[in-house]
Design a binder for this molecule. Structure first.
Ligand code: MGD
Ligand code: MGD
Ligand code: SF4
Ligand code: MO
Length: 765
């Protein structure tokens, strides 16, 4: 047993102040002495910290950070150090299950896959492949997503494929596309090392990307510390470190950002030369934000005008700036519109494409970037534009299939619409992989009734029984991280390889092998009658994926398993021209907006209506960045006399999502064993509620009962962590999503988990 620190009590560990570099600190936690170490990267958030897996007698016994990795230089957070224990959990799924007379019963792989393939063929015969939908994840590997993407697009030809990334980082992709023409993070984590100022909006980075936060704290404790601005309605760990903390009312990110942009433009703190040479749309932005005076922002967003001025002073004068954006924006009102205003802040100040100036439209899940890159979320592989016929033709050539097989007659179906089609009966088979929608989707009573429909055949591919497997017709036991080989890309474009360290339990199989088996049994063929899927192992899939990325923004052609093995992760694009990868995109100020190259022609922020190809070509930005303004639209549900509180939801440092992994580590479980409702002292006093009292929280859609946690939140606002469902039976209704609404951003289609109107009542006894 070796533990370099107790990361439950000491989340970020000792400071190693940044002086001329960020020093190495190797964090380790092993329960026994390993006889070998296998290279990997953590999969419990988008940071993707390089780690080695310690193995003894064929079992995982611990992990340690990789000193050579540029992302973390050896450091790991509490989830990374503890989460691996889930692999060894005695309740792992070890054999396929089929529902017979209402009960899930063990079955062979042959029976389970036979049933799935039989059902697929039947549906295709009777209803075409439009009767088949996939709801996948941000937690598989590149090789798996790409295989799945090709199966969906060129094998079945269904547009109904999306990931839980729709709930997670669809807005990151959308915001990058709207401003710069393509998905792909502009900067990287190295920018933290030199920047003068940092903005976190809707991002509790201290809890959610603990290692990235260590890097920021180390800068803050060294010479020339960067200034810190945090925009969050709660006083989070992150907010309490800030020089300026703006605590807006939920759903008002656009007014706050417009107010900041207005002050900066009025003060003349813009880069006129950059704007004139490299951008389109500044005058419209100037006009749109001009009415957002600090006083008006205060009225709408409840942010004191004086505080807004202080924040604008920092953001308007810093010579370099790193901004990070996450769920407080992506899952709130006007998600894409607000995220784009952060891009605009960098664009109008010319703070882009140079060291210290990263915009991180963050990811959350470890491999969400790859879901988007590989087309497993409905986007086309390689950031291709589904509305550009040449891009479709390129894929058809690559896969050697007819152009018409690839669904491109309308935008791909987003997750909320896939569930709607299941509800209305046009999707008859839903294949869920590595996600737990019966806890993580909004308005759970509706989701449960959809999953429970008799005429919907539900397949769930997971490592555990979950709230969602309750509704499965077939459960496929999956091998997970540590038990399979593959690559994934973190929020800073850094690609890591994770080697198989141990065998999966029982008959569990990798998602990759399951997809290959499905393709074989379905007998998908190309135009010449050869098998559509031409690879049989992960490395073969990676090589095929590389071909798909050639000359696209996410160019992987210079990477290989050999190159990724042994050292640090590498940032794409990596190709002949950039064999070691690229730190910052757009260093030449030429953005990915040219009509032939871009991933989207853009959408209207208020309605989601698409810009047509013709319209876009008529004003071809030819590499200029697009400055797109937005005016304020109020949230779709607001407090009233009956439901007087704003509810918002989110995360805790010790748990990952629905806790299927972190809930199976004893220390993480005990660190945060139950949900709660966070309430301001003023509101608690008014209702006679003390810390720990049980409170019923009710929306128009459902009710939960939670112990109260008093303080550190804006008056009139409540917060419930969404981690807690029902698998470890709490004996009461407690999942935050019982309360949330069925609404989404018109551009990114990301659901609005961050606001709902609720009422509360103290529960006696
Ligand atoms: N410990 C831990 N880390 C994780 C995860 C986890 O489950 N646990 N999950 C990973 C994943 S998939 C994701 S997506 C990320 C998410 O990481 P974050 O986005 O940091 O997490 P959240 O807690 O969902 O939301 C962030 C903050 O948004 C604030 N907020 C709510 N409404 C608004 C609003 O209208 N405006 C503003 N400005 N802020 C608002 C909330 O108070 C909250 O503190 O974390 C990743 N890392
Ligand atoms: N109210 C509210 N709801 C939210 C959010 C919020 O902030 N508030 N955040 C949203 C966000 S950002 C996210 S990302 C989602 C997350 O929501 P989910 O995706 O539902 O969360 P997880 O618990 O990570 O579910 C992943 C599942 O995959 C399984 N799994 C892990 N690895 C593998 C693998 O390799 N193969 C297979 N087949 N299975 C595997 C795990 O056991 C687990 O059951 O929740 C969303 N829902
Ligand atoms: S910061 Fe994220 S990737 Fe790094 S150890 Fe923690 S959970 Fe894992
Ligand atoms: Mo997420």
């Amino acid at each position: 047993m070796r533990q370099t620190r107790d990361s439950i009590a000491d989340i970020w560990g000792e400071r190693t102040p940044y002086i001329d570099n960020w020093s190495v600190r190797v964090d380790e936690r092993t329960l026994e002495e390993p006889d070998s170490w296998i290279q990997s990267a953590c999969v419990l958030c988008s940071n993707g910290c390089g780690m080695d897996i310690g193995v003894k007698d064929g079992r995982i016994v611990g992990v340690r950070g990789r000193a050579v990795d540029a992302v973390n230089q050896g450091r790991l957070g509490p989830k990374g150090l503890h989460g691996w224990e889930a692999n060894n959990s005695p309740d792992r799924l070890t054999e396929p299950l089929i529902r017979r007379s209402g009960k899930l019963e063990p079955a062979s792989w042959d029976e389970a896959m036979g049933l799935i393939v039989g059902r697929s063929k039947e549906i295709i015969d009777q209803h075409t492949s439009l009767g088949i939908g996939f709801y996948t994840t941000g937690q598989l590997f590149i090789e798996e997503y790409y295989t799945l993407g090709v199966i969906g697009k060129a094998g079945l030809g269904t547009p109904h494929m999306d990931g839980n990334t729709r709930l997670c980082t669809a807005t990151a992709g959308a915001a990058l596309k709207e401003s710069f023409g393509s998905d792909g993070q502009v900067g990287g984590y190295h920018d933290i090392d030199t920047t003068e100022a940092i903005l976190h909006i809707g991002h509790n980075i201290a809890s959610q990307q603990t290692v990235m936060w260590m890097r920021i704290l180390d800068r803050r404790r060294g010479p020339n510390p960067p200034k810190l601005v945090v925009i969050d309605p709660r006083r989070t760990f992150t907010a309490s470190e800030a020089d300026v903390h703006l605590a807006p009312q939920v759903g008002t990110n656009v007014p706050v950002m417009n107010g900041l942009l207005n002050l900066i433009i009025e003060a003349g703190q813009i880069n006129r030369e950059f704007i004139d040479k490299h951008t389109i749309g500044f005058e419209k932005l100037k006009q749109t934000v001009s009415c957002w005076t600090p006083e008006r922002v205060e009225q709408v967003a409840k942010v004191p005008a004086q505080e807004l001025r202080k924040a604008a002073e920092i953001l308007g004068t810093a010579k370099t700036l790193v901004s990070t954006v996450l769920q407080g924006v992506y899952q709130s009102m006007q998600a894409t519109a607000a995220a784009v205003q952060v891009n605009n802040l960098h664009i109008i100040r010319g703070l882009i494409g140079q060291d210290g100036c990263g915009i991180l439209q963050m990811n959350g899940q470890p491999t969400a970037q790859n879901t988007r890159e590989c087309g497993a979320d409905g986007d086309l592989p390689g950031f291709r534009n589904w509305a550009n016929p040449d891009h479709i033709a390129e894929l058809a050539r690559l896969w050697n299939v007819d152009v018409d097989v690839i669904p491109h007659w309308s935008p791909p179906t987003h997750a909320m619409q896939i569930f709607r089609y299941c509800e209305t009966g046009s999707i008859k088979l839903l294949w869920i992989q590595a996600t737990n929608p019966a806890v993580s989707m909004p308005d759970l009573s509706r989701i449960r009734s959809i999953l429970g429909k008799d005429d919907l055949f539900v397949i769930v591919q997971d490592a555990f029984l979950t709230e969602t497997t309750e509704y499965a017709d077939v459960v496929l036991p999956a091998a997970i991280w540590g038990e399979k080989t593959g690559c994934y890309t973190n929020a800073g474009r850094t690609v890591h390889i994770s080697h198989k360290a141990v065998e999966p339990p029982g008959e569990a199989r990798s998602d990759f092998d399951i997809f290959l088996d499905y393709a074989r049994r379905m007998d998908f063929r190309d135009k010449d009658g050869a098998p559509l899927i031409k690879w049989s192992d992960p490395e073969g899939a990676f090589e095929a994926w590389k071909k798909c990325t050639r000359d696209r923004p996410c160019d992987y052609t210079g990477l290989s398993y050999a190159k990724l093995t042994g050292g640090s992760g590498i940032q794409w694009p990596c190709n002949e021209k950039f064999p070691d990868g690229v730190n910052n995109l757009y260093t030449d100020n030429i953005f990915a907006t040219a009509a032939d190259y871009c991933e989207t022609y853009g959408q209207d922020f208020d309605t989601g209506a698409g810009v047509s190809e013709q319209e876009y070509r008529a004003n071809d930005p030819k590499g200029r960045a697009l400055i797109k303004p937005a005016d304020y639209l109020p949230p779709h549900e607001q407090p009233d006399d009956e439901y007087p509180f704003w509810l918002t939801t989110g995360r805790l440092v010790y748990h990952f999502h629905t806790r299927t992994k972190t809930g199976r580590s004893k220390n993480l479980y005990n660190a945060a064993p139950d949900a709660f409702v966070q309430i301001s002292q003023e509101d608690a006093d008014k209702y006679g509620i003390a810390d720990g009292d049980f409170v019923a929280v009710e929306s128009r859609r459902g009710k939960v009962i939670e112990p109260a946690k008093v303080g550190d939140i804006k008056q009139g606002t409540l917060f419930i962590p969404f981690h807690y469902g029902y698998w470890d039976d709490p004996g009461r209704s407690r999942a935050a999503n019982e309360l949330t609404i069925t609404e989404w951003d018109p551009v990114s289609k990301q659901p609005h988990f961050k606001y709902a109107a609720v009422r509360i009542r103290k529960v006696e006894g």
